[in-house]
Design a protein. Structure first.
Length: 268
């Protein structure tokens, strides 16, 4: 009887090992297809990987890893409700094991942050990024790229919620990190420069707002091109500040340039 029991357990272990190998292979296929933007193939592979993972239990870490990866895929495909559902399913598993202070939990909270921002659910995004940032910083260090992205996201969410005083500190830190990382001539730095300009204008710090609007204009014109809609956005926002500063002629000049860009893009 003992031999029979031993052989039965051994067979079970071998069978489960085979399932684990299947899951690893399918998960790898899904990740590769997603990286190549072959979305149909990635979805098919993720579905197979999830089916294999669920053999180990609905709350297995392999299930969490699979739906976490698929959440990123769905976000790339703009299937945002499905992406949110997968991210929340992964969080429900990770909060139990390995726990709400784990890197897995923090990473998934940040994935959820982006998904919620894309949907305009900024209150939920704020809660998610507040949970993610300290976990990422503790595990990766203060200068990690993921910490930089989360810091910038925190500032951006505050801007969307019109909580400008709260936005200033993370945006200043974001600007410093972006400058250290890629310099001040990147689209990413142009984005944070624009956000800071908006914040300073709303807070009544018009001199700093003028400095950052001018910087954002220069970066977006040079990096994105003179016909870029983002450059037009910056010109229009700058014009409102120029009026506050009593510079009506400069404001009208910016508005005319922005209108020309809008008209050009409308023809395309």
């Amino acid at each position: 009887m003992r031999l029979v029991l031993f052989l039965t357990l051994l067979c079970a272990v071998c069978a489960w090992a085979g399932v684990d190998d299947d899951w690893k292979d399918q998960f790898s296929q899904a990740s590769r297809a997603a990286a190549l933007k072959d979305f149909p193939a990635a979805e098919t592979a993720y579905a197979k990987a999830l089916k294999s993972a669920e053999i180990f239990g609905k709350d297995d870490k392999r299930v969490a890893s699979t739906v976490q990866g698929r959440a990123n895929l769905f976000r790339a495909e703009k299937k945002l409700s499905e992406a949110e559902e997968d991210a929340r399913r992964a969080l429900a598993i990770y909060i139990v094991s390995p726990g709400e202070k784990s890197m897995e939990f923090g990473e998934t909270q940040f994935i959820l942050t982006g998904i919620l921002m894309d949907q305009g659910k900024f209150d939920g995004a704020l809660d998610a990024v507040r949970r993610a940032l300290p976990i990422l910083e503790q595990n990766l260090g203060p200068n990690a790229s993921a910490v930089e992205d989360a810091t910038c996201a925190l500032g951006a969410v505050y801007v969307q919620l019109k909580r400008y005083a709260s936005a200033e500190t993370p945006l200043r830190r974001c600007a410093d990190m972006r400058a250290d990382d890629g310099g001040i001539s990147t689209p990413e730095f142009g984005e944070v420069a624009f956000s800071l300009a908006v914040v300073f204008q709303r807070l009544g710090n018009l001199s700093d707002a003028e400095k950052y609007f001018t910087l954002a204009e220069h970066i977006r014109e040079q990096v994105l091109g003179i016909s870029s809609p983002a450059f037009a956005d910056t010109l229009e926002a700058h014009a409102s500040l120029l009026r506050q500063l009593g510079r009506e002629d400069d404001a009208k000049k910016s508005e005319r340039m922005a209108a020309s860009i809008r008209a050009l893009n409308k023809k395309k």
